[in-house]
Ligand binder design. Structure first.
Ligand code: ZN
Length: 298
C-alpha cells in the first residue's frame, strides 16, 4: 500500500515538474522578440507605416501630415539609441503623406530616400526638399520593377509608378502615380497602395502584378473611389488596414468601401477607431498576427 502511494506521489511530482517546465517555456517563447513588425501609425488623417526588422533596421513609408505626431509614434517603436532610418519612402508628394517626413528627416539619419519622382509647389514638398538638400540625403526614384532587400528574408518590389518620372510636374491625377509596394517576409505578403484609385487598380490587374497578398494597406484611406470589388477579388486579403483620421472632412473611409472590404472576407482594422495597428511576425515560416497595438500582448 505504501509503495502504491509513493508511486502516485512521484508521478504527481513528475507531472508538476513537466507542467511547470512547459508553462515556463511557453511563456518565454511568447515573450520572444518579433522578427518583423509592421506598424500602421496613428498620425491622424494620412498614411505612415513603420517596418521594423529585427528591431534595428527600419523602413518608413510616408509620414502623415504632422511631424510631431509622427515623431511621437516613432519614439514608441524605435530604440532611443537607434538614430538611423535605413529607408524612407515618399509614395507621392501630398501633405498627408510627406508633411510629417520633414521632422523625421531632421531627427534621424536617413540611409536612402525613395520617391515616385513627382515634384510639387506645395509648402510641404518645399520643406521636405530643403531638408533633403541641407542634409545631403541620398535619394532615388522608385518605379515598377525596383527592388529593395532587407536582410535575408524581407523583399520589397515596386509595381508603380509605371515609369521613372524624371521631370514630372504637378498632376491632378497624381494619386494614381503613388508608389505601390509589395513586401514578402517568408510565407507572409503585404501590399501598400498609397492613394491609388480605380483606374490604377485596373492597370495593376491588367499588368498581372503579384497583388494576391495576406495583408493590405487599403488604398487612399478607404476612399469611395478605391478598393473595387474586382480588385479585392484578386488581392483576397486576410487583413485590411485603413489609415484615416477621426472625423476627417473627406469622409474616409466610405461606407461603400467598407462594405466591399467586408464582402472580401478581410478582417478590417482602422487607425481612426483603434489607433496604431501592428502586424507582428515571429518567424518567416509563421503567419504574422495583426491587432491594435494597445491590445497586443507581447
Ligand atoms: Zn492620402
Amino acid at each position: 500500500m505504501e509503495v502504491f502511494f509513493k508511486r502516485i506521489l512521484w508521478s504527481y511530482v513528475i507531472f508538476l515538474i513537466v507542467f511547470l517546465f512547459s508553462w515556463q517555456w511557453e511563456n518565454q517563447s511568447q515573450k520572444q522578440s518579433p522578427w518583423l513588425e509592421v506598424y500602421f501609425l496613428d498620425v491622424g488623417q494620412g498614411d505612415a507605416v513603420l517596418i521594423n526588422y529585427l528591431k534595428n533596421k527600419q523602413i518608413l513609408i510616408d509620414g502623415g501630415s504632422d511631424g510631431q505626431k509622427l515623431i511621437g509614434q516613432l519614439n514608441k517603436f524605435i530604440s532611443p539609441v537607434d538614430n538611423v532610418l535605413e529607408v524612407v519612402v515618399a509614395t507621392h508628394p501630398d501633405k498627408d503623406h510627406i508633411g510629417g517626413l520633414t521632422d523625421a528627416l531632421r531627427k534621424y539619419q536617413v540611409g536612402l530616400l525613395l520617391e515616385n519622382g513627382q515634384k510639387s509647389d506645395s509648402q510641404a514638398y518645399q520643406q521636405l526638399e530643403e531638408i533633403i538638400q541641407n542634409k545631403n540625403i541620398r535619394r532615388e526614384n522608385i518605379f515598377e520593377g525596383s527592388k529593395i532587400r532587407i536582410g535575408k528574408f524581407v523583399n520589397l518590389e515596386a509595381f508603380n509608378p509605371d515609369f521613372n518620372y524624371q521631370e514630372k510636374t504637378e498632376d491632378k491625377e497624381r494619386n494614381n502615380d503613388s508608389v505601390v509596394l509589395r513586401m514578402d517576409f517568408g510565407v507572409n505578403s503585404f501590399l501598400f497602395l498609397g492613394d491609388v484609385g480605380f483606374q490604377k487598380e485596373k492597370d495593376l490587374i491588367f499588368d498581372q502584378e503579384k497583388i494576391d497578398v495576406d495583408f493590405l494597406k487599403v488604398a487612399h484611406h478607404g476612399s469611395k473611389n478605391s478598393s473595387s470589388s474586382e480588385f479585392l477579388e484578386k488581392v483576397t486579403p486576410q487583413v485590411a488596414v485603413i489609415s484615416a483620421g477621426k472625423d476627417n472632412s473627406y469622409g474616409h473611409p466610405a461606407q461603400k468601401t467598407l462594405e466591399r472590404l467586408e464582402k472580401s472576407g478581410a478582417k478590417i482594422f482602422r487607425t481612426d477607431q483603434g489607433g496604431t495597428v501592428a502586424i507582428v511576425c515571429f518567424a518567416p515560416q509563421k503567419n504574422c498576427q495583426a491587432n491594435y497595438w494597445k491590445d497586443l500582448k507581447l
